[in-house]
Ligand binder design. Structure first.
Ligand SMILES: [Zn+2]
Length: 502
């Protein structure tokens, strides 16, 4: 058996400012850089879906025909140029023929300048060439907005189960096993698909906490024969088109079985709708609640400053949470990591112990944000080199450029010269701040920080302070959602919110 394999990943936020160009995919921007042909097989040991797929299929002695693998970081639309060039290479290889099956490593939330549903467009073009009978198996990100067109043209779709995405390679392995099943059975799978009628905030999708954690267990429990595969994609709630939203699906060679599994999953999610709500707090509410909780706590209360998360397009220097801590008289609080190279340089010129007047952060031009003008004490300086000890990037070297700890009243601020999400407690330590000894921590991150901080947290609060990325889908200026879709758990439908939509 010969299998054509390729990957093309992009998570599109149609409200974001910058598009993904061909060059973005060449570089990878946090993903592995673009690779072609035999070099794709070099991803075998990387935690990406195609890596897991390659591993399983090589173990089975299958011949792989690698075409291209390309990914770029989340941004606005994929340009038509990038889509046609990368998609075009995949289509050209499909046209050449000489294989028995296809595996594609896609994201599932790609919007291009021309197509709401980049993956659906690509799959339709593939299917037109290979006909109805060839197995085409596709792995997807947990943040996929899965469309009718994608279901129609793929023989099977399978999504990641975890967020943080520790199971990307494992999902590729599951895709490989489904493809083996399809080749063995020589008949199509029955598919049962259900749409969840409300958008889920990204912060609510973290599978380290309930209710998302419980879904991981339920999916695994359901996936026993005769169920071949079940997936739940809570979606990417920042793509303005009618099929944006969470989906559930199940495959079995027996129709009844697939339908029952999908019903059970939908009943579980819809029956617990209120648990999917994220209790977002305003900056002052978050500061006051953290002060209240920390009064009797032995561990820090952590506030996720999610809307300025550099992992989803923030610049990691809005000052809303710092102001709220100061306004409410917080003590033993630390904020990390503020990206402001000028402030770090000024602190290095002044030296430890100096008091300097600065306009700190506030450089993103975000509504409601501005630099914080204050007198800061320089408490610590370093060259910003450190090693990650947390589970996300364990053992890797980190480099924040010149770093300073600047103190104003009861708040210590870790300031860096390089922008980086707080994946790891050592991003505070490199600024001379021991995170375990603080009463309150403010982290510029949405979910990934939990991997290393959950163990030391008394509680984790999620604040909606000024930042470029709306954490609550209800706050986005939607124009094209499904009119019946509720814009948050238990929230109003899009048509109720915006009468023109109905
Ligand atoms: Zn994702």
């Amino acid at each position: 058996m010969k299998i054509l394999i390729a990957g093309f990943q992009h998570e599109t936020n149609t409200f974001a400012p910058t598009k993904a160009s061909y060059e973005s995919f060449v570089q990878g921007e946090g993903f592995p850089p673009m690779v072609r042909g035999a070099d794709v097989l070099g991803l075998r040991d990387v935690n990406v879906p195609i890596g897991g797929f390659i591993k399983v299929m090589q173990a089975h002695g299958r011949e792989l025909r690698p075409v291209i693998w390309a990914g770029a970081s989340a941004s606005a639309h994929v340009t038509t140029d990038a889509f046609e060039r990368i998609g075009g290479e995949i289509i050209a290889a499909v046209e050449q023929g000489g294989f028995d099956a296809i595996y594609l490593d896609l994201h599932g939330a790609m919007v291009t300048e021309q197509h709401d549903d980049g993956e659906g467009e690509l799959l339709e073009r593939v299917r037109r060439i290979v006909g109805d009978r060839m197995p085409v198996v596709v792995s997807l990100d947990l943040h996929a907005n899965v469309t009718a067109r994608m279901f129609a043209h793929a023989s099977a779709l399978v999504a990641y189960r975890t967020y943080p995405h520790v199971d990307m390679a494992e999902t590729g392995e599951r895709a490989a096993r489904i493809l083996e099943d399809l080749m063995w059975e020589q008949r199509p799978l029955h598919r049962a698909m259900r749409r969840v009628p409300f958008l889920i905030p990204v912060n609510g999708m973290c599978t380290l906490v309930e209710p998302a954690r419980g879904m991981v267990g339920m999916l695994a429990d359901l996936e026993t024969r005769p169920v071949v595969s079940v997936s739940f994609a809570p979606g990417f709630p920042a793509a303005d088109f009618p099929e944006c939203g969470p989906t559930i699906w199940a495959y079995s060679f027996e129709e009844e079985v697939a339908e029952r599994a999908a019903d059970a999953l939908l009943a579980k999610i819809v029956g617990e709708e209120s648990r999917w709500e994220v209790p977002f707090l305003a900056p002052d509410e978050a500061a006051l609640e953290a002060i209240r909780l920390s009064a009797s706590a032995s561990r820090p209360v952590i506030i996720a400053d999610t809307q300025d998360n550099p992992g989803v397009g923030g610049d990691s220097n809005t000052m809303g949470m710092v102001r709220a801590l100061l306004r409410n008289g917080a003590t033993d609080a630390a904020v990390g990591v503020i990206w402001d190279a000028e402030a770090a340089a000024a602190a290095h010129r002044a030296g430890v112990g100096a008091r300097i007047a600065l306009r700190l952060g506030g450089r993103s031009g975000v509504e409601g944000d501005s630099p914080l003008e204050a007198l800061f004490e320089v408490e610590h300086l370093s060259d910003g080199r450190f090693r990650f000890d947390g589970p996300m990037l364990n053992g890797m070297e980190g480099e924040l450029g010149p770093v300073a700890c600047l103190r104003v009243e009861g708040v210590r601020i870790a300031v860096s010269s390089v922008k980086m999400q707080v994946f790891d407690r050592n991003l505070f330590r490199v600024a001379g701040i021991e995170p375990e000894r603080m009463k309150i921590l403010v982290n510029k991150s949405s979910v990934h920080f939990r991997a290393d901080f959950e163990a030391i947290a008394e509680a984790i609060l999620v604040a909606k302070a000024p930042g470029p990325m709306a954490a609550d889908p209800a706050d986005l200026p939607w124009e094209r959602l499904d009119p019946a879709m509720r814009v948050r758990p238990l929230g109003p439908s899009f048509s109720e919110l915006s009468p023109v939509a109905g």
